[in-house]
Design a binder for this molecule. Sequence first.
Ligand SMILES: [Zn+2]
Length: 366
Amino acid sequence: MKFNHKLNILFIAIIGISLSCNKTSNSPTPITPVVPQKQVNIIVLMGDGMGIPQITASWHEHDFLNLQRFPYSGLTLTHTVDKIVTESGAGATALFTGVKTKYGYQGMGPQGQNLESLYDYVKSEKYSTGIVTTSFLADATLAALYRHGNDRYQFEDIALDFYHNFADFTIAGGQDHFDNRSDQINLIDSLKSKGVNVFYGNQAIANAQHLPAIGFMDPLRPPYLTEGRSDFLKTGSLKALELFNDKSFFLLVEGALVDLAGHDESIENQVSETLEFDEVAGLMLDYAKQNDNTLVVVVSDHESGALTILQGDGMNYIPNYAIDEHSGGMVPVFAYGPGAENFTGLMDNSDVYYKIKQIIDQNLSK
Ligand SMILES: [Zn+2]
């Protein structure tokens, strides 16, 4: 039965091809305009520490999430080669290099080998690159893009690595790692001497006119939204799209403090940070709907807090944190755009890299 069904499909497909071939051969030779293949833009949204419980709690607070507008979704495993429960450096290394590595490594394989990240790869293909994060720039998730290291707490070294491999557009905290360093080197002056437009604070984002550009939003880690953080995750992400201006790009948008709120066991902050991240995911999705050569992938490195949603009074829930650390459960992935259909089912975090790279490679301009 199954075999016959396959045969029928094959038969129809052959008829189809043969008909279309006949049509072509019988018509006059068409003048085919040379249309360059359009490269695929990549927007990765990383909800750091955003597992299914954080998304569930946020949905109940808001009754709607932009994440539900994504047509494809799946689950990713998160373990490292040496631990069941990961951290951001190893998680992001798997997602962005395709190699599962040791706990605490960034852009480095388990044998200590340097790994090429998607960020490095698209740079070599002349893409523009962007990083917008609510964390500090030398934090581990971002370091997995531009660095090869095994100590995520060497922030000044990591800032130096960023200087040597900077993005075209960056919005982040962590200015102190660049111009308030123990070695007295002023990396902001160094970046300026390379022609980078450096600015400070959310208000200045609107005035950014050209690339490369870096906007520092805080001397170290920006505060929670509930502590008064401005909406630079949103304004920075939209500005990135504006300045990339139709050139192929890779943009990482990180909602970093969902994780911190898990360490703090704060449901209020986990929900508000997740909802802001979701809002930006919706804006990036809107962009992709207008620009059909754009793949948007929403990922997470791990869950934070081992949060469970317990029954409260009626439709109220009681958040229960089992630990002020990460947990080892699977986390969701959502996708829209060319190749989005590949992000379904159960996959390893390292598979995300290959699925993104495949769609980039299929559409590279020759
Ligand atoms: Zn964490």
